[in-house]
Design a protein around this ligand. Sequence first.
Ligand code: HEM
Length: 448
Amino acid sequence: MAGIFVYVIIFLITLVSYRLLRKQKKESHGTSTHQLPPGSTGWPYIGETLQLYSQDPNVFFAAKKKRYGEIFKTHILGCPSVMLASPEAARFVLVTQAHLFKPTYPKSKERLVGPAALFFHQEDYHTRLRKLVQASLSIEAIRNLVPDIDALAASALDSWHGGHVVNTFHEMKKFSFDVGILLIFGRLEARYREELKKNYFIVDKGYNSFPNNIPGTAYKKALLARKRLSKILSDIISERKEKRLLEKDLLGCLLNSKDEKGEVLTDDQIADNIIGALFAAQDTTASVMTWIVKYLHDNPKLLEAVKAEQKAIRRLNEEGNQPLSWSQTRNMPITYKFILETLRMASIISFTFREAVADVEYKGYLIPKGWKVMPLFRNIHHNPEFFTDPQKFDPSRFEVAPKPNTFMPFGSGVHACPGNELANLEMLVVTHHLVSKFRYCFENHICQ
Ligand code: HEM
């Protein structure tokens, strides 16, 4: 009984000090002529984290928007935050005033990816790295990858034959990992590829687990696997340096880069950016490809149209004994609109995080220095003002270009995704093989 009493007292003291601290903080911002955005910051410490993660995020955001409007404050994952649900606000944070908002990630995740990866940075270092990554992902670079990506997709999907159950997301992850390796290293010796794959998947597994140093936990295993990845990458880098090859893949771009003082990148900087590119490229593309498989199933009429488009291409290639070409992938209008609608509906990157580097004023509200700022892509993509009947899966809406800043599956501004063209290419190639090699069988036993 006495124990419970002590706990109650501790809880009350914590609550009162927390409230006092917040009042003090509010008063210190009170020197500004602007007020904080409307909204609620929930429970002490946990804020509204449980509300956000225990329900459909669409419901959480929609309820907030209805109550408070396009800009509101909350408190999630231990941080006071401002959420922004309008295209203008997203543009303000990501494009026009991007210098006032820095990227922000938990330290535990930064340790796993590697602190020198470009997306943790701003300004000169970010600009330098971004140019290199963009060069390896330019149209000129990726058009040469079509035959290899085509072969990887064909072999990935061939392994689905034989009547066994496959986990679509895991299969898509294996495929997007292989494409990532191709982008980074060109052709890589099988022993290196297998070692990278084995350790990368351990890091991936620990990425969203509780960070700690206890042996045997997923996070600790991930840290150890990350160390092994550095060693493997350092061996590959030494071999490349010895051979003095001038390759155009990402590793080649990183190795050959010199800044204005003639300084080259260190092996650690190169390794962090290679792991960073794999992380940015893999789960994202694999998730969208998994949604494609589902939406094709859910919309039989659209499946028929996509199938007709892809089968016509396949027939042509079979007649001329030709593989899929770059120009064919640029001329798949029905499939491409299907992919755009999948990107909108699934909005797999629901929002992104930035941190205000100074007190910022937006539309009469104060965004205090140090607060997290979250442009809500999913909310914008599901707003009936910009997308009529937003819950309806309707690729024909993309016959007309969306209004500016209303469609941002790949983000916007200085940190926008440099891999968008590669991702589109992967999704088109996989869809080509999926619908021309397999049939969907529905509950009514009709297969198509
Ligand atoms: C459908 C698949 C993909 C989606 C939906 C996606 C989405 C995004 C988004 C929304 C951002 C911006 C994040 C922010 O502003 O905080 C981003 C950044 C990034 N993406 Fe992608 N991405 C995809 C595939 C890829 C691929 C294939 C690559 C290839 C390497 C890639 C590499 C990157 C990199 C390096 C960044 C960081 C850019 C920077 O900070 O300057 N992504 N991605």
